[in-house]
Design a protein around this ligand. Sequence first.
Ligand SMILES: [Zn+2]
Length: 110
Amino acid sequence: MWRIHLSARGENNAQWQGGTQDRPNYRVEYKMWRIAVLRRDGMCMMCTSTEDLQVHHIIPWRVWPEGRYDTINGLTLCRTCHQSISAPGASSREESLASDFIAYTLSTQD
Ligand SMILES: [Zn+2]
């Protein structure tokens, strides 16, 4: 009876304590944001690959909560490039990318 499972999941579940449903990947806003960024970029913005594309938050959520679902804060990367900047110990590369992004954005504003 799969309908029982559907009606019992997430916020409809009286036992819900704010578990996985609260994770960003499950939010409609996140999915819409991800699709919009993928459509805009169409390829990895670091190596131009079109395989295994993922969307990276340029400015981390903890730094810029308002930019979570702003497509300007999204960057399409392939899995390899994404891992190369988000792996443990690679934070300097991620920060470098973020500062490049900020400089670029400021330079293109009127
Ligand atoms: Zn790449």
